[in-house]
Design a binder for this molecule. Structure first.
Ligand SMILES: C[S@@+](CC[C@H](N)C(=O)[O-])C[C@H]1O[C@@H](n2cnc3c(N)ncnc32)[C@H](O)[C@@H]1O
Length: 261
């Protein structure tokens, strides 16, 4: 259960966040109207969400090694696949948003830090079958389940790398020409998040989109989010509380928005 200060922050977000009628940049108005508010029923959503239902009911136990926030490697930690699906994957609303963002920006090369069972990866790969998703997961047993899930969904345009972000991200950066869309959803701590951001910036371009998950999850993540917003490469940012969207477009003014979603 979330603590009171987090709930307080969320209530403040609901109260103070803006709608499309409060914002001026046409880029942001279009993004809200055509992406945030798009309620179309899309068959790809159903494919991922049927798989999620199946995973939620899966009682098979696996050993989980946690390389993420606040924990050193925690060997021998047993969890059911159902528990992982419940606790690690993004709620459907945000998975669908990732799908629409990938489609709207017509992004080709997508990088994800934190595959887990592959549900967010699935939304992003299905959104652009001609694109490619590179996704990194530290825990080998979780990564094996993700591989099975990609087979079940007949997803081929994905490269799943099993290893720690600290080791694998540098290799990905070195072998990739450009990264159009980045979803950072693992190791939610200040220093690693800033480090990954700085590394990824080496391969971004004017149109790249970066999404940070859980920007208000801890003081460390709030500090990382502040760092990102203030960075000279960043122009417009959109805080939707559970995620932060970052744009680098030089033609936009440097502004930070908090938008109700
Ligand atoms: C929140 S889950 C990802 C959920 C997934 N993006 C989704 O929405 O379906 C974060 C994942 O990142 C992995 N992870 C965390 N820190 C890591 C690190 N330093 N290196 C590699 N993997 C890491 C964890 O094992 C976990 O499976």
């Amino acid at each position: 259960m979330q603590n009171f200060s987090f709930i307080g922050k969320y209530l403040a977000y609901r109260f103070f966040s803006q709608t499309k009628h409060d914002v001026h940049p046409p880029f942001l108005f279009d993004l809200i109207t055509r992406v945030f508010e798009d309620k179309s029923k899309i068959s790809d959503y159903i494919k991922v969400e049927n798989l999620k239902k199946e995973l939620l009911g899966n009682n098979k136990t696996i050993n989980v090694e946690d390389y993420g926030a606040g924990s050193s490697v925690n060997k021998g930690n047993q969890r059911t696949i159902g528990q992982i699906a419940k606790n690690s994957s993004k709620p459907v609303k945000y998975g669908r948003l990732l799908y629409r963002l990938v489609k709207y920006f017509n992004t080709h090369t997508i990088l994800e830090l934190g595959t887990s069972l592959g549900l967010s990866s699935a939304y992003m790969t299905l959104a652009n079958p001609d694109g490619k998703v590179i996704t990194i997961e530290g825990c080998p047993n979780i990564s094996s389940v993700a591989t099975e899930n990609f087979k079940k969904l007949n997803i081929k345009n994905i490269e799943l790398i099993t290893g720690k972000f600290d080791n694998e991200l540098t290799k990905v950066i070195n072998k990739t020409d450009k990264i159009d869309f980045i979803f950072i959803d693992g190791n939610h701590r200040k220093e690693p998040t800033i480090k990954y951001f700085e590394q990824i910036l080496q391969k971004t371009n004017n149109d790249s989109v970066l999404i940070f998950d859980d920007i208000h999850w801890s003081k460390g993540m709030e500090a990382a989010w502040k760092y990102v917003k203030n960075h000279t490469s960043v122009t417009l940012t959109v805080d939707i509380f559970f995620m932060g969207l970052v744009f680098l477009k030089k033609e936009l003014s440097k502004e930070n928005f908090i938008i109700r979603f």
